[in-house]
Design a protein around this ligand. Structure first.
Ligand code: PLP
Length: 236
């Protein structure tokens, strides 16, 4: 039997992921259409992004500007929405704002002002999410490297984004902490999202769930899941 082509491979993986999302949504009494799939294309080439677009996946995520910028340029004109999901240095904010539609990883005030300046310069509206650190751990342990604001810092960051020219507040994003069940962590995120929504009713996005924990994330109310390896393969 011939090797499956890359298109066939990605199409088959996508079908599995979409069914997993739909099943988790149904089980939670949610409509599967409430959950947007973001394909995380880091380490994979622009040709894969083109295949995803052909298969109807227009939301793509990247975590490094050096890789995302040329990939976005190589796939311009396909109507893609780029989600920046990685830790972002302030001096890269201008570059990211040029191609990104969403920045999921806003975790400090300096980044808010840098993104705002850049969005105004490009005359665009950039949707920003506050990344929350869900870890229960000490600030100096390995979780700290995963980024995110502490839950207590969320309201001030959210207000700053909502007031910043060129930015709009999308909601919250988190990565499940290492060494803990993802379900309870995502439930804490959901609680934070509900209180955010009482202050900012239009901030409805909850970006949570990766290949290994998308079911738990959808059960806890995720509106956007960020899926890489389950669609494109294990990164080497
Ligand atoms: C890489 C990455 C993902 C996707 O992870 P997979 O396990 O490959 O699905 C999601 N979110 C963030 C922040 C990432 O860096």
């Amino acid at each position: 039997m011939a090797e499956p082509t890359r298109v066939e491979q990605i199409r088959a993986n996508l079908a599995v992921v979409r069914e997993e999302i739909a099943a988790a949504a149904r089980e939670a009494g949610r409509d599967p259409s409430e959950v947007t799939l973001i394909a995380v294309t880091k380490t994979y080439p622009a040709s894969d992004v083109r295949i995803l677009a052909e298969l109807g996946v227009l939301d793509v995520g990247e975590n490094r500007d050096q890789e995302a910028a040329p990939k976005a340029a190589a796939t311009a004109g396909l109507g893609l929405r780029w989600h920046f999901i990685g830790q972002l240095q302030t001096n890269k904010a201008g570059s990211v704002a040029a191609y990104a539609d969403f920045v999921h990883s806003v975790d400090r005030l300096r980044l808010v002002s840098a993104l705002s300046k850049a969005a105004v310069r490009y005359d665009k509206e950039l949707t920003c999410l506050v990344q929350v650190d869900l870890g229960n751990a000490e600030p100096m342990d390995a979780n700290a490297a995963r980024g995110g604001a502490l839950p207590g810092e969320v309201p001030a960051l959210a207000d700053a984004i909502a007031e910043a020219p060129g930015l709009s507040l999308g909601g919250l994003m988190a990565v499940a902490p290492l060494g803990e069940e993802p379900g309870p962590a995502f439930a804490r995120l959901h609680e934070l999202a509900l209180s955010l929504r009482s202050a900012h009713p239009s901030a409805t996005m909850i970006s949570a769930g990766m290949s290994g924990d998308l079911g738990e994330a959808v059960a806890a109310g995720a509106t956007h899941v960020r899926i890489g390896s389950a669609i494109l393969g294990i990164r080497r």
